[in-house]
Design a protein around this ligand. Structure first.
Ligand code: 5GP
Ligand code: MN
Length: 341
């Protein structure tokens, strides 16, 4: 069990959860597999323990994440503001899963910050902000889903993990570890995943449901991005892909369609940092990935108002996409040594 749960505070949380509570679980904007998987798994667990629990997310998420058990009960704040606000206000406990600062939940930040309920963070992003009563943050953990598993274990309830929880937790661990390949994948991770399969996680089917649901236009966008928009900055061991709004529209872009695109840039032999720039919602959204020691968390934090993990981070720019690319390339000069030594 992650030692973040081997603290006296865990006993206080255990006491808090020993009687039936109204609980809201929140997660970050543009929720990914770990955000939805960990939130739904915790929700299933809390409901199984007699609590009134509900997941509230800031905005919608891709179809490949909508099959998980409990999905129909998720409140999307963008579409259900009033009821979400009422429930957040009335909650005894608010969990913050898979995010490290209220800025990550957009407009949900206001009602969550104002709420009187006890706030509990379970997260693995770097530099967690101090906005909760209890912060269980393990930045070495591969995923929030793994932390939720260990949280349930630490509460003495590993036996309560059922097939619904196991399927959701599997999605979170699988997606945040790049299917068990990133260095954050420990032997412990495989042990946890093995026990999830024993609890009923349909491992092989989950890979299909998450990764084999491409549309034709999505693959054509991938083909276009790789043949026309992938740029190798050999001098820095950096590769980038950028897509304008017009290009996204041309390929009927839907949320999630560019998920994983940045990894193709990172897969080029010798490339240490990859970045993907997309013009979305009047902003340029950026995904950073790295192999090796270069911290894209620090880079995104310093230059693009973002953050995340050492090897996977995000950020944004209010400049045009052309200006953002120029700015990015200009910044590389000062990192040349680090990127090439
Ligand atoms: P992605 O590139 O997949 O959007 O994000 C990569 C990782 O960085 C994810 O773990 C995501 O939650 C995190 N992330 C993305 N954008 C931000 C941001 O603006 N701030 C912080 N703290 N984390 C981010
Ligand atoms: Mn995560």
């Amino acid at each position: 069990v992650s030692n973040v749960f081997s603290v006296p505070e865990l006993e206080e949380v255990k006491t808090l959860l020993s009687s039936s509570k109204k609980i809201i679980i929140t997660t970050h904007r543009s929720p990914d597999g770990d955000a939805i998987g960990s939130s739904l798994a915790l929700c299933h667990y809390l409901v199984s323990k007699g609590h009134d629990a509900k997941v509230v997310v800031p905005d919608s998420y891709p179809k490949f994440l909508q099959w998980m058990p409990g999905n129909d009960g998720v409140l999307v704040y963008d579409y259900h503001k009033e009821i979400s606000e009422r429930k957040i206000e009335a909650a005894d406990i608010i969990f913050s899963l898979d995010y490290n600062g209220l800025g990550r939940i957009m407009d949900l930040a206001k009602p969550v910050a104002a709420a009187k309920g006890t706030k509990i963070i379970i997260d693995h992003h770097q530099q967690p902000e101090d906005f909760a009563d209890y912060t269980f943050s393990d930045t070495d953990s591969c995923s929030t889903a793994q932390l939720v598993y260990e949280f349930i274990e630490a509460l003495g309830d590993a036996d309560a993990i059922n097939a619904d929880m196991a399927n959701c937790l599997y999605v979170g661990i699988m997606t945040d570890t790049g299917s068990f390949r990133f260095p954050s994948t420990l032997s412990k991770t495989h042990r946890i995943v093995a026990s999830l399969i024993d609890c009923g996680a349909k491992n092989s089917q989950i890979h299909e449901w998450v990764y084999d649901t491409n549309t034709l236009s999505q693959l054509q966008l991938l083909g276009y991005a790789l043949s026309n928009k992938l740029e190798l900055l050999e001098e820095y061991n950096v590769a980038i892909i950028s897509l304008t709004q017009e290009e996204l529209i041309r390929f009927s872009f839907k949320k999630g369609d560019t998920e994983g695109l940045v990894n193709y840039a990172l897969s080029i032999d010798g490339v240490r940092v990859a970045a993907f720039f997309a013009e979305k919602d009047g902003l340029v959204r950026i995904s950073f990935r790295s192999k090796g020691a270069f911290s894209v968390n620090q880079f995104a934090r310093k230059h693009f108002n973002g953050g995340g993990h050492d090897r996977a981070a995000g950020g944004a720019s209010e400049k045009s996409i052309a200006e953002t690319l120029t700015e990015f390339k200009g910044l590389l000069v000062q990192y040349k040594q680090e990127l090439t030594s």
